[in-house]
Every structure is written in structure tokens, then in C-alpha cells.
Design a protein around this ligand. Structure first.
Ligand code: PMP
Length: 409
């Protein structure tokens, strides 16, 4: 394994601790990532030196805070190769970005009889906003099927996306099945039918290079906390033509042009969608996280994680009594491995693994329709990031073995 990645681990102070007298093997990165010292230091630096409200004050600190906040927007723009920085809206996270879209784009463009297409692998945050919009508007929600090994069925996508479709809302990478969807192809199909494609990139942007222009997506949402940034900050990218035509999401300070007694006008994008005091430190912290990720290189991160999956997946598949969901071919499986052991509830499994210092998640992973589709109520999930290594995988395998022996399963 690349020596550079072994050293990188030292940048993450939280990983140095022991849990239940064992070294911590943090394998819950799909839920949230840990933070490098550089991001932690940046948060302290900002609060010690520059803290002020943005876009309001002409004093020095106010100007500094505004400059740093807007600089962070520029870093996000570059990171996902958006054409313009005004196409980057800061939100609370992926969930907030998608709700914003349902409440603005969805509310104005969806009518009775229209169709919204999602897939069976959507996280609730890219499902419930569309489900509820469809209910409000008497529109139809359609689900793209999955193949037997848990990939998106592209033939079914071509059948489900029709001239009646107004929105296709789809995950770039599944938070359960470890698959990457062919967004470029889905965008082409969507545009053939004059619909818009909205992509949930929560599990993609932290792990692989993402270029919104190459993908030709209309909207793209992701969260800062899954990519080394603070919690409570996220991004919505949208094509400026679409964003300009959308009504505001929330009303209040900083999103207006003129306010009169009985009517108001709105300022330009992106600020039209950023009402009230923003999570300035969140944006600046995310900017620092992007600096850190860029320094390593997103392709290097993707390659390293792939190497880790190629090491872990065959070994996990070799455990008697294990079921691994999603493709069993490690060339198409990302660093999210969901699994179950026969006759053991995933919560018991996760609790037992924690006794051995291994942090995995157990549950429905905010994807209840997918659980039903797979015929399970819950799974355990080990999810990797670039600071994980083979020792973490070995610790997971050993802990699974011990758990099997303890529960005699
Ligand atoms: N979509 C996917 C695929 C996710 O994995 C998550 C986080 N688990 C979300 C959306 C929601 O992200 P957040 O909770 O940061 O809004």
C-alpha cells in the first residue's frame, strides 16, 4: 500500500485513540468522515482572528469574513468544475439542498400527471422530498429497478424516463450497495426527454473526481461533513439558467434587493438562496477540506480506496454465513460494503464489533424501500475512506470471526 496514505493517517487525531482497549478502526465513513488537523486548526484560526457576519459590515473583520466565505465558494466551484461560482449555493447539507430543490424547482415545474423518476437505491433525502411533492401535485413517482447484483438497471431507466418525466432524481453513488451510477448516460437520456436531472452526490464527491460539466447534470447536491469538512454545511450546484428562474427557498435578510410594504424583489444567485446568517465557518472549513483533498488528488483517493476494497471484499465474501449486498465484483464495488451474518441481527453484530474497536453502522441506512427491495430489515455496513488501511480491514475480519464464535453463528 502507498506509503503516503500511511502517513496521512497521522493528520487525523481522532484515529489515534483506543476504543474498548483496541485501536479504533473507524469504518463508518459513509455516515460521516473524520477531520484532519488542518481543518480543525482552520476553524480555530477563523474564530480567533476573523469572525464577523458576512455581506453586511464594512469594517475589516466583516470584509475578511466575507472574502473568506466567497473564497470558499470559489474552491467548491473549482473542485466540481462548475462553470461559475454563482452556481454554488451553500446549504446545510445534501438533505437541505434536495429539499430546497423540491420546494422551489419542484413546486413551480411539477403539475398533475407529470412524472418524477427515482431509483430503488435512493437515500430518504433524495426520495421523500420527491414523494411528497408528487403527492402534493398529483404527479407520479416512478422507480428504476436494480439488476440482480444491485446495480442500476439502465434498460429500465430508458423505459421509465419518458416525455412525461419532468425530474430524474438519482444517487451518484449508493450509500448501501457500493455502486456508482452512470450519471453521464442518465443525464443524456433525461435531456432527450427535456427533463432535468438532479444528482445526490453525497457519497461521490468525497471519494472520486466529480466534474458537473462533463456529467452535464442540471443540479448536484453534497455534504461537507462526509468529505472532511464540518457538519451543517453542504452544497447545491445548479445551472445558472435554472437557478435564476427558481423562486427563493426562504425569505429574510440578505436575499433581497428591495423590500417595500407589500412586495419585495430578490437579489441575484447564489445569495437569493442564502437567507439569513449563513454557516460561514462551515463554508470556510469545507474550503480547507477541499484544499486538503486536492493536495492528495481525488483520483489518487479513488485508486487507493479501490485497492482497499479489492483487498477487503473477497475476504469478506469468503466468510461462511455472510451475505454481502451489491456487486461481488470488486472492480465495480466502492468502499461501502453492506453485509449480514445469518441468524444475527446487524445491531448485535455492530455492538459486538464495537467491543473490538471496530466502528460500523447497522440499520436501514435511511433507505427503507431499498431494504424492502433486498428483502431485509437492516444490514451492517463497513465504509472506508482514504485514511483507512489494511490493518483496519484485518481488524474488521478478525472481529467478525470472533463475533461468529461468540454467538455460534
Ligand atoms: N444521500 C446519501 C447517498 C447519503 O449517504 C446521505 C448521508 N447518509 C445523504 C444523502 C444525506 O446527507 P446529509 O445527512 O448530510 O444531509
Amino acid at each position: 500500500m502507498d506509503n503516503k496514505f500511511q502517513k496521512i493517517r497521522n493528520d487525523f487525531p481522532i484515529l489515534k485513540q483506543k476504543v474498548n482497549d483496541e485501536p479504533l478502526a473507524y469504518l463508518d465513513n459513509a455516515a460521516t468522515s473524520q477531520k484532519p488537523q488542518a481543518v480543525i486548526d482552520e476553524i480555530v484560526r477563523y474564530y480567533q482572528n476573523d469572525n464577523a457576519n458576512t455581506h453586511r459590515s464594512v469594517h475589516t473583520l466583516g470584509e475578511r469574513a466575507t472574502e473568506e466565505y466567497e473564497e470558499a465558494r470559489g474552491k467548491v466551484q473549482k473542485f466540481i468544475n462548475a462553470p461559475e461560482s454563482r452556481e454554488i449555493i451553500f446549504t446545510k447539507g445534501t438533505t437541505d439542498s434536495l429539499n430546497l430543490l423540491a420546494a422551489t424547482y419542484g413546486e413551480t415545474n411539477i403539475n398533475a400527471g407529470d412524472e418524477i423518476v427515482v431509483s430503488y437505491m435512493e437515500h430518504h433525502s433524495n426520495l421523500i422530498p420527491w414523494q411528497q411533492l408528487a403527492l402534493r401535485k398529483h404527479a407520479t413517482l416512478k422507480y428504476i429497478e436494480l439488476t440482480a447484483d444491485g446495480q442500476l438497471d439502465m434498460d429500465d431507466a430508458s423505459r421509465k424516463i419518458t416525455d412525461k418525466t419532468k425530474i430524474v432524481a438519482i444517487a451518484h453513488v449508493s450509500n448501501v450497495l457500493g455502486v456508482t451510477n452512470d450519471i453521464k448516460k442518465l443525464a443524456a437520456i433525461t435531456h432527450q426527454h427535456n427533463a432535468v436531472i438532479i444528482v445526490d452526490g453525497a457519497q461521490a464527491v468525497p471519494h472520486q473526481p466529480v466534474d458537473v460539466q462533463a456529467l452535464d447534470v442540471d443540479f448536484y447536491a453534497f455534504s461537507g461533513h462526509k468529505m472532511l469538512g464540518p457538519m451543517g454545511i453542504g452544497v447545491l450546484y445548479g445551472k445558472s439558467k435554472l437557478l435564476n428562474a427558481m423562486p427563493p427557498y426562504q425569505y429574510g435578510g440578505e436575499m433581497i434587493n428591495f423590500v417595500e410594504k407589500y412586495q419585495s424583489t430578490w437579489t441575484d444567485i447564489p445569495w437569493k438562496f442564502e437567507a439569513g446568517t449563513q454557516n460561514v465557518i462551515g463554508a470556510i472549513g469545507l474550503g480547507k477540506a477541499i484544499d486538503y483533498l486536492t493536495e492528495i488528488g481525488m483520483q489518487n483517493i479513488a485508486d487507493y480506496e479501490h485497492e482497499l476494497v479489492s483487498y477487503a471484499l473477497p475476504k469478506m465474501l469468503g466468510i461462511p454465513g455472510i451475505t454481502v449486498y451489491g456487486p461481488h465484483d470488486s472492480t465495480v464495488h466502492n468502499g461501502v460494503i453492506s453485509f449480514n451474518l445469518t441468524n444475527l441481527h446487524p445491531h448485535d453484530l455492530a455492538t459486538a464489533l464495537d467491543m473490538d474497536g471496530v466502528a460500523v453502522r447497522a440499520g436501514h441506512h435511511c433507505a427503507q424501500p431499498l431494504m424492502k427491495y433486498l428483502g431485509v430489515v437492516a444490514t451492517a455496513r463497513a465504509s472506508f475512506y482514504f485514511y483507512n488501511n489494511r490493518a483496519d480491514v484485518d481488524q474488521l475480519l478478525q472481529a467478525i470471526q470472533e463475533t461468529k464464535e461468540f454467538f455460534k453463528v
